[in-house]
Design a protein around this ligand. Structure first.
Ligand SMILES: [Fe+2]
Length: 232
């Protein structure tokens, strides 16, 4: 029997409706696909980093490139009384200059920047980890809603990010399921506090991706506009 979250799931208590500044481009579906990564990222930028044992969304390890205080620390910014913005680069960032410059080049306020290493998990296993993120704890209302962006570093075209919006009961609504494929260079921005999400990774080797928290606002909006896939 496939796991399905209930009203007791910790994600249900995370706020959905607030007065933070939202991005119009995410209003409809909660996510936006961008054009493929425009720059080549050397494998050393994720293979030579220091990873921490940190479980989120499956059997995962994380290498922080930017954290609340610049330390190699995967804990939430809220443990340090900070919202997920105004991050500082860690010692890993010097080993990943392409990724560091890519994030800085967005021009928006960013919070945690991390490489995720995810071991393979089929859909049945992944469903156990479906959740919503608590991205905006301590974020003052009126400021920009924190969302997350992905860059896929390894090539996993048969894997996908599973996204579901909320039903009236506050639980994932299967009718809203979307699957974002994860080939190398795939990029997308997701309101992960709104959408239930988890990655189904059908590969045999770990999947690596860059995940960055960004504050919604004019800078992020302009950047997304400039990165949309070219219509054909
Ligand atoms: Fe998440």
């Amino acid at each position: 029997m496939t796991f399905w979250p209930t009203r007791d799931h910790w994600s249900v208590a995370i706020p959905l409706h607030t007065d933070h500044v939202r991005l119009p481009v995410l209003a409809d579906t909660g996510f936006v696909q961008l054009a493929p990564m425009p720059v080549e990222v050397p494998a050393t930028e994720w293979e030579s980093l220091e990873y921490m044992d940190w479980k989120s969304g499956g059997d995962t390890n994380f290498a922080p490139l930017a954290s609340a205080d610049g330390e190699l620390d995967c804990r939430g910014f809220w443990d340090k009384g900070k919202t997920d913005k105004d991050a500082l680069w860690t010692s890993n960032a010097a080993k990943a200059p392409t990724l560091r410059d890519y994030v800085a080049g967005v021009g928006a306020n960013f919070g945690r920047v991390r490489i995720i290493k995810l071991e393979p998990q089929d859909r049945e296993a992944a469903m156990r980890s479906i959740h919503r993120d608590d991205n905006n704890r301590f974020n003052p209302e009126g400021e920009g809603w924190v969302v997350r962006s992905w860059v896929e570093l390894t090539d996993n075209p048969d894997s996908y990010m599973l996204l579901m919006d909320n039903g009236p009961d506050g639980l994932p609504d299967p009718a809203t399921e979307r699957r974002v494929p994860l080939p190398r260079g795939a990029r997308f921005v997701v309101d992960t506090q709104r959408l239930w999400h988890v990655v189904v990774h059908n590969g045999t080797a770990p999947r690596y991706a860059l995940i960055t928290s960004f504050e919604s606002g004019p800078a992020l909006e302009r950047w997304i506009d400039s990165q949309l896939p070219v219509a054909v």
